[in-house]
Design a protein around this ligand. Structure first.
Ligand SMILES: Nc1nc2c(c(=O)[nH]1)N[C@H]1C(S)=C(S)[C@@H](COP(=O)(O)OP(=O)(O)OC[C@H]3O[C@@H](n4cnc5c(=O)[nH]c(N)nc54)[C@H](O)[C@@H]3O)O[C@H]1N2
Ligand SMILES: Nc1nc2c(c(=O)[nH]1)N[C@H]1C(S)=C(S)[C@@H](COP(=O)(O)OP(=O)(O)OC[C@H]3O[C@@H](n4cnc5c(=O)[nH]c(N)nc54)[C@H](O)[C@@H]3O)O[C@H]1N2
Ligand SMILES: [Mo]
Length: 783
């Protein structure tokens, strides 16, 4: 039952709404209510009651929501609110089937809200766009593969882009990237290009491996945790259990975040009757520092400076040293330069850029220098900045000062997003040829892989805008919503000759189609995959570098949808034909063949994967840095002197009236998938067209709560980027800063505003100004 509704009908911002009307605790009864609500909304109550307990269990399916670690001995209900929502969303009883597409033209569907498109339900059979009727019409799988194959063969391979969103399994990813390279291109952007690529680049430079080095066991050995720009309650809620256990052991948690996020303040465990019934939830953060967006390098420099000063003081008074100099000498390079830099940097600059007082930063540093094993968790608040890579390097600098890398209970912990985004990179989905074992692939499959760099996500869109990219094959994702600079990137997308989308649900990127557009519906990982007449399983890597098997448990949404490996194999076979030495058909009928090839490509990492993938808790990927083996250029862990503490002095500090916008996620969404219009942890309900503002900034501009704001990006490229209709909401946010939602605010983010070195769009620091205030909208509709 689909009915078109529009954002405007939904928008009900409340003028007197206050963020504190939702208690600052995540989990708890609110979480139970939210789960029940979506199960009812998706009409999955009975079926899901059986499915949910199989989530993240050693013989069940790995959750399709976030990538947080799956413990060996999970709680009987080892899922969380986000996981339950994602499961309900995929196992919905609703269908966007052939009757649906007969009823609605593409032009009509383009008028629908993103929520309503996905809410139409699961796609049920392959479709092709028919221009004459302006509709998607059913086609046979064989026809789809043949036609796509013929077209791909006619393109220059470097004008085709193969995008992967971070859900696809190791098997699918390995197949896709082999296909792309046999076809002749390294154009393999991935969602991590917009996400943790700053981490991958920064950690590789600093510790010689691009992933975090902590495992679940480290939570038991740590005696301090930091959180930098990661919103655990909304985005990786299962981690709250480990945090709660650590807090119960008395481990302090120090958070740096411009917003006081519910999950970082306190937590009521919905699976603990004790927590649910008694007042007094676990207090999560013991110190909470509301750093300015983009101020982390400065805040970390301040902590490092304070530690160095404490060290100097200790030495002068004959007390034991504070920094671990022996370890620094043995394991690192660049300390002297970094120490010199810290001594020259003044507290005034640190305070100004971070927005934090010296006293506050010193308080954090005092706890740091007393701790023996420290974990630093980080997320998009660090990576999505122009100096995102530097932020990650600064985090490593802090850890290196006291040997907090490569020992139990210590190390960097980038919390990844999509459930297999880390694994996709591990098995070679990358635009960077140096990260793929090309010589090995050449031997293994007797072909000559392309050696030139491919496009990452930003570069793919730059090339699309100037006509160098003509076709895209998307394995998941919703790029017209998730990438920056909507007006320019959407137009480029529409001018493509061929768009092939492999997806579970309908989204806007399918409708803003190229000249020839295909919609190929796939199974969700939750569903039983009977490719080749037997039940198949797949594998994936979690955020702590453990590999897991995953077996679907629900009946497929339709008999006419296919698995991702089947679809990739079909397109590959049709495109490459005789050119390929791979028996694609055999691979798609038994994924164990694919795993065997993965193990041949990386024997050390994946040897015996077929049995090890069922190890409870997953099996561990070898991480040299965990044992203090540094695979960096120098063979040591590398300190870095920051190039600048200010994120963008040229763009905001010199501009009168400039504000810095961070684009955020709500608990009612998974990226571009909008489950509902609420952000209950932040007290926002019924609309996502909301702008979180500091009250002094509102007063200075004569803005009242509920006024409709138009924001415009500050830039000198002559392009006007505006988003109107954002309801102002007074919020506890540092002065000069704004919070808005992703993807609604993406039109404001210029494509060229990205992190140096990693090209991750700087989505947490968009320079904007208020250009219009509409007061007539101040009286909200009744809720
Ligand atoms: N429910 C749900 N779960 C998800 C997702 C989802 O959309 N919904 N998305 C998944 C994906 S792909 C990803 S990558 C992860 C993302 O998970 P996170 O890394 O948590 O990403 P965000 O929610 O974008 O922002 C994180 C936090 O950064 C803070 N922040 C913003 N700017 C700064 C800054 O300059 N410094 C600091 N210190 N903090 C800052 C924000 O206030 C926010 O609390 O979540 C994954 N899990
Ligand atoms: N302004 C701003 N922009 C951002 C961000 C931000 O914080 N601010 N965050 C960035 C980040 S961290 C990320 S990761 C990107 C995410 O950007 P995208 O990769 O575009 O990701 P999603 O929104 O997760 O993609 C959703 C679609 O994936 C499809 N899908 C879901 N499950 C499956 C499946 O199992 N198989 C297949 N084949 N398809 C499936 C569905 O059709 C669904 O509509 O956005 C980035 N963009
Ligand atoms: Mo992400």
């Amino acid at each position: 039952m689909e009915k078109p509704r529009h954002a405007g009908q939904r928008a009900r911002a409340r003028s007197k709404q206050h963020p504190h009307d939702y208690p600052y605790a995540s989990g708890g009864w609110g979480s139970v209510k939210a789960v029940t609500r979506i199960l009812v909304q998706e009409k999955t109550v009975l079926r899901d009651a059986k499915i949910l307990p199989l989530q993240n269990k050693p013989d069940g399916f790995m959750c399709v929501s976030c990538s947080w670690a799956k413990p060996a001995h999970p709680h009987a209900f080892g899922f969380c609110e986000s996981g339950a929502k994602a499961t309900a969303w995929d196992t919905t009883a609703k269908r966007a089937n052939r009757a649906f597409f007969q009823r609605h033209t593409v032009t009509e569907l383009l008028g629908w809200h993103d929520h309503d498109l996905e809410e139409a339900g699961r796609l049920t059979e392959p479709m092709r766009y028919d221009a004459a009727s302006d509709r998607f019409v059913p086609v046979a799988w064989a026809t789809a593969f043949d036609s796509i194959g013929v077209q791909l063969r006619a393109f220059d391979p470097n004008s085709v882009v193969f995008y992967t969103s971070g859900r696809a399994s190791l098997e699918t990813s390995y197949m896709l990237r082999l296909f792309a390279r046999m076809y002749g291109t390294n154009n393999m952007p991935d969602s991590s290009n917009m996400c943790h690529e700053s981490t991958s680049v920064g950690l590789t430079q600093a510790i010689g491996i691009g992933v975090g080095t902590i495992g679940l066991d480290d939570f038991e050995h740590t005696d301090l945790m930091f959180f930098f720009g990661q919103n655990v309650g909304t985005n990786s809620p299962r981690m709250l259990h480990q945090l709660q256990d650590a807090r119960n052991r008395g481990v302090p948690i120090i958070t740096f975040n411009p917003l006081r996020e519910a999950g970082l303040v306190s937590f009521a465990n919905p699976q603990s009757p004790h927590d649910m019934l008694l007042p007094g939830n676990t207090r999560i953060s013991t110190q909470y520092h509301q750093v300015r967006p983009g101020g982390d390098s400065a805040a970390i420099a301040g902590m490092c400076k304070a530690a160095l000063e404490a060290h100097d003081g200790a030495l002068a008074s004959g007390a034991p040293e504070v920094l671990d100099l022996a370890l620094i000498r043995e394991h690192t390079i660049g300390f002297e330069d970094f120490a010199r830099y810290l001594r020259c940097t003044n507290w005034g600059e640190i305070e100004r850029v971070s927005g934090l007082s010296r006293t506050a930063i010193e308080a954090a540093a005092r706890v740091y220098v007393q701790a023996n094993a420290v974990i630093a968790h980080c997320g998009m608040g660090l990576t999505q900045h122009r100096l995102g890579v530097q932020n990650v390097r600064m985090l490593c600098n802090l850890l290196f000062l006291r040997g907090n890398s490569g020992k139990p209970g210590a190390g960097p912990s980038p919390v990844r997003g999509h459930s297999n985004v880390q694994g996709q990179r591990t098995v070679g989905i990358t635009e960077k040829p140096e990260l793929a074992p090309l010589d090995q692939l050449a031997r293994q499959f007797s072909f000559e892989p392309p050696r030139e760099a491919g496009f990452n996500t930003v570069e793919a869109f730059e090339a699309m805008i100037d006509g160098r990219v003509r076709a895209v094959v998307n394995l998941g994702g919703n790029l017209v919503r998730s990438v920056p600079d909507r007006a320019r990137t959407e137009a480029a997308w529409r001018s493509l000759q061929l768009t092939v989308n492999i997806a579970t649900k309908l989204n806007r990127s399918h409708l803003e189609h190229g000249r020839d557009a295909w919609l190929l519906p796939c199974l969700s990982r939750i569903e039983i995959d009977r490719s080749g007449g037997q039940e198949q399983c797949v594998s994936m890597e979690d955020s702590t570098a453990h590999f897991h098997g995953s077996r679907g448990v629900a009946e497929p949404a339709s008999p006419d949808i296919r698995s991702e490996p089947f679809i990739v194999a079909g397109i590959a076979q049709a495109t490459l034909g005789e050119r390929s030495t791979v028996d694609w058909n055999a691979w798609s009928e038994d994924y164990a063949h694919v795993r065997a090839e993965i193990a041949k490509t990386w024997p050390e990492m994946f040897g015996d994967i077929e049995t090890r993938m069922w190890t409870p808790g997953g099996f561990e990927r070898p991480l040299p840095a965990r044992g203090r083996k540094w695979k960096t250029k120098s063979g040591k862990a590398e300190f870095q002197v920051p190039e600048s503490l200010s994120e963008d002095p040229d763009m905001t500090e010199s501009e009168p009236g400039a504000l810095r916008l961070m684009t955020l996620r709500a608990d009612g969404q998974f990226n571009t998938t909008i489950y509902n219009h609420d952000d209950r942890f932040r007290g926002v309900r019924g609309s996502r067209m909301v702008l979180l503002m500091n009250e002094d900034d509102m007063n200075a501009r004569d803005i009242d709560a509920g006024d409709r704001i138009t924001l415009r990006t500050i830039s000198s490229d002559g392009v006007v980027r505006e988003v109107p209709g954002l309801a102002a909401m007074p919020y506890d946010i540092p002065r000069g800063c704004l919070g808005g939602y992703y993807p609604e605010c993406n039109p404001l983010l210029p494509l060229w505003h990205y992190a140096k070195e990693s090209k991750v769009p700087a989505a947490k620091s968009i320079p904007v100004r208020v250009v219009a205030v509409d007061k007539s909208a101040a009286a909200p509709e009744a809720a």
